[in-house]
Design a protein around this ligand. Structure first.
Ligand code: COA
Length: 253
């Protein structure tokens, strides 16, 4: 595992921390590879219920290490693509703790997270056009879907920075909390997710991300997932807890 990525796990929450503060956590190929591996391991580890991405110092990440950009012949064969595949396929809930600057992939990866908490000082940016590049991480699909064409066009075609309040207004950030409360706020949210029935949560995420946008197709997909949930031990526990007038405990299932 690369020294610039620190992975810890506690109480069902796996935290993947970008840890290269002197370079604003700019991501090298080694860091992408380490993060992809961390995501894959967390996905395969039944004790992990939630993934958290975090930064160090005053940056979440300043995006791709620009030194690494120059030597690439095909981005598809780099660890960047491997990381994006792993993150975009993550079936478990993913929370981001945006502690500061979030540029390039620092912003695009948020489109693949489920809950995003940011500090007021966070500065986000999709700078690709300014580097004569195009969007990555399926941002050209996910961003207009989230914010509409015109606002996505502004973000991707002007490439200007924006703050946490703007990101919240766009729907890219769920909550803004002061820096000193960020860790606690993220721990609380991740803990809530970890207490939820994992199988139903996984199916909810899959439905939220399902491609195909017709109502009949979605009704069918939801009905299929709903039926599977009806036969789960999680449902039995939820119903039993209701009748026994106690909180459900899904963690041991
Ligand atoms: N790749 C490589 N190194 C980076 C980097 C990146 N994306 N972003 C920052 N760094 C390095 C700087 O070169 C600098 O290194 P040095 O101390 O050895 O000179 C160090 O991190 C601190 O950055 P600096 O620019 O001095 O800090 P700042 O507070 O003035 O500005 C940023 C911070 C993030 C706004 C600015 O560094 C920046 O715009 N970075 C590039 C962002 C970018 O375009 N990313 C690519 C996305 S595809």
């Amino acid at each position: 595992m690369d020294q610039h990525v620190v992975v810890t796990a506690e109480a069902g929450i796996c935290t993947i921390r970008m840890n290269r503060p002197d370079k604003k956590n700019a991501l090298t190929h080694a860091m992408y590879a380490a993060m992809a591996e961390a995501v894959s391991r967390a996905e395969a580890d039944p004790s992990v219920r939630v993934l958290v991405f975090a930064g160090t110092g005053d940056a979440f990440t300043a995006g791709n290490d620009l030194n690494d950009f120059l030597g690439i012949t095909d981005i598809e064969t780099t660890p960047v693509a491997g990381f994006l595949r792993a993150l975009s396929r993550a079936a478990k809930p993913v929370v981001a703790a945006v502690n500061g600057t979030a540029i390039g992939i620092g912003s695009t990866m948020l489109l693949h997270c489920d809950l995003v908490v940011a500090v007021p000082e966070a500065r986000l940016q999709f700078p690709f056009i300014n580097l004569a590049l195009v969007p990555e991480a399926a941002a050209s699909l996910l961003l207009p879907r989230l914010v509409g064409h015109q606002r996505a066009a502004e973000l991707l075609m002007l490439g200007e920075p924006f703050d946490a309040v703007a990101a919240h207004g766009l729907g890219l950030v769920n909550r803004i909390v002061p820096a000193e409360k960020l860790a606690a706020a993220v721990a609380e949210l991740a803990g809530k997710l970890a207490d939820k029935p994992a199988e139903a949560l996984r199916r909810t995420k899959a439905l939220l991300k399902a491609e195909g946008d017709s109502v009949p197709a979605r009704l069918g997909a939801e009905a299929q997932a709903f039926t599977r949930c009806l036969h789960s031990p999680e449902l039995k526990e939820a119903v039993a807890a209701f009748f026994e007038r106690r909180p459900p405990n899904f963690r041991t299932l």
